[in-house]
Design a protein around this ligand. Sequence first.
Ligand code: NAP
Ligand code: GDD
Length: 338
Amino acid sequence: MKRALITGVTGQDGSYLAEFLLARPEYEVHGLVRRSSSLNRQRIDHLFRADASYRDRFFLHYADLADASCLSSIVERVRPDEVYNLGAQSHVRVSFDQPLYTADVVGLGALRLLEAARNLNRSHPVKFYQASSSEMFGSAPAPQGPNTPFHPRSPYACAKLYAHWQTINYREAYDLFACSGILFNHESPRRGESFVTRKVTLGAARIKEGLQKRLVMGNLDAKRDWGFAGDYVRAMWLMLQQDKPDDFIVATGETHSIHELLEKAFSLVDLDYREFVEFDPRYVRPSEVDVLQGDATRAREVLGWKPEVTFDGLIEMMVEHDLELARREKHAQAFPGR
Ligand code: NAP
Ligand code: GDD
């Protein structure tokens, strides 16, 4: 059996990656979860229920990226062959409100885990994946590729860049099989509700069903290279299956504005977004990343990776999912107790 350890397993990507690895019978998957006053495991619940055989191959451990001793002892105990560091305070706008916490969890958290992996690597070979971000390119002009200089524009992006360079340094200094995946935005029906795609698809669906009257948004001119999270976790895995560790950009190569996202999502429910969207400066960032558009040529050539889901397909998938949610919510309001 191959043993994988995933931080951030309760998040969007962690849940898709756990699903992807468990679908391969050779994997045993260990996920790190944070203690919270109410359970937040909706994205992975089905992996315990749907197929009983997963129960013997899927294990959760309480941990926090802020707690080095706990990370070390879990890594020593589990002795993973592959470590995927996906845990993060991943909201860019929130990182301006919580810069020190974000730096600790995103930046030092990665270093704590790299240290644990380096110690294990002395007696057991381990491969390490770091979830780096296109946010690190920040204000660098699009399209962003392997030779584009980084210019981070938020506490989150600065912390990711620190973790990115630490990952490279552990590869060069200690010969650790460490890869950094610079992933552009990727979304899904499991995307957190405060990220722009999900906010828009959920908003459009709830307005359609009469559950919400307006959608309050920030900067609609920003452009992003949006792909499907299910496609992107495959790229993470592929990086760790290569003969040599390296860094890769993962992106669709297309970019769309928030206006286009709104247009697409609202037209799917036969509404005109201009009638419902309002501006609120609360959602504007102190420094913005205007345009992201990635050049994933190396991922295509070396990993044989390409995205399967298009921008239109992605938004259709998300709107369809959120319409179903909105209809259930409406039904529950009409027939309470059922
Ligand atoms: P997400 O949905 O926000 O999930 C983040 C995960 O990290 C959750 O499981 C969360 O746990 C966990 N976490 C937060 N703080 C933690 C801490 N102190 N200790 C341990 N775990 C902690 O993020 P995602 O979209 O899946 O992204 C996965 C990773 O890729 C993140 O590192 C993100 O920064 C990076 N990334 C994402 C994108 C994207 O477009 N999605 C693009 C590039 C890079 P709770 O469930 O308990 O909150
Ligand atoms: N969240 C949000 N809410 N964003 C808005 C809103 C709003 O109401 N209105 C406009 N936007 C704009 C933001 O200003 C930004 O330019 C864009 O929509 C995308 O915002 P998010 O969906 O929050 O994503 P992000 O690009 O800042 O960050 C995501 O992608 C990164 C990779 O590029 C996150 O997943 C990061 O963790 C990830 O690293």
